[in-house]
Design a protein around this ligand. Structure first.
Ligand SMILES: [Zn+2]
Length: 151
């Protein structure tokens, strides 16, 4: 995916946890990203997430690889930058939490019992992108510039 896509509308990675919430605490489910992520981002995101039903929440753990098209800061060519990261996030069950938890910025499970992991994936990918990306460590920069004696 392109880096710009990460800054715009978050992509979707929806997981229905209604069944998991009915199962006893400690139950878990694993999903491949292929199963949950929307078509637009599917080819760029690889990995697996595990959802665990804890006492008051759904704990999401995962290991993901995302390929992002970014522009080299030296030669301005577009190249694929692979980002790898782990996620660990909690979605609180609304029935157990009152407004106090919202003030702390915790994420709650919506009333339809569907979690959207897209925002978590998007934020983690952005955090792992370099400030000054280089297509390769020894990128020579723009050819025309060097021939004019800038190097
Ligand atoms: Zn370059």
């Amino acid at each position: 995916m392109k880096a710009e896509e990460l800054k715009g509308e978050p992509f979707k990675a929806l997981v229905d946890v209604a069944q998991l919430l009915r199962e006893p605490v400690g139950s878990s489910r694993s999903y491949c990203t292929d199963e949950i992520i929307n078509e637009q981002a599917r080819a760029s995101v690889q990995g697996k997430v595990t959802l665990i039903h804890t006492r008051q929440a759904i704990l999401v753990q995962g290991k993901l690889n995302v390929e992002v098209e970014i522009i080299c800061s030296r030669c301005l060519n577009v190249f694929l930058y692979p980002v790898a990261f782990n996620i660990e996030d909690e979605f609180l069950c609304t029935s157990n939490t009152l407004s106090s938890s919202e003030e702390q910025g915790d994420v709650t499970i919506s009333s339809d019992n569907v979690l959207d992991l897209g925002e978590i994936i998007r934020q983690n990918t952005l955090l792992n992108l370099p400030m000054k990306p280089l297509c390769r460590p020894d990128c020579a920069g723009i050819k025309e510039m060097s021939s004019y004696g800038f190097t």
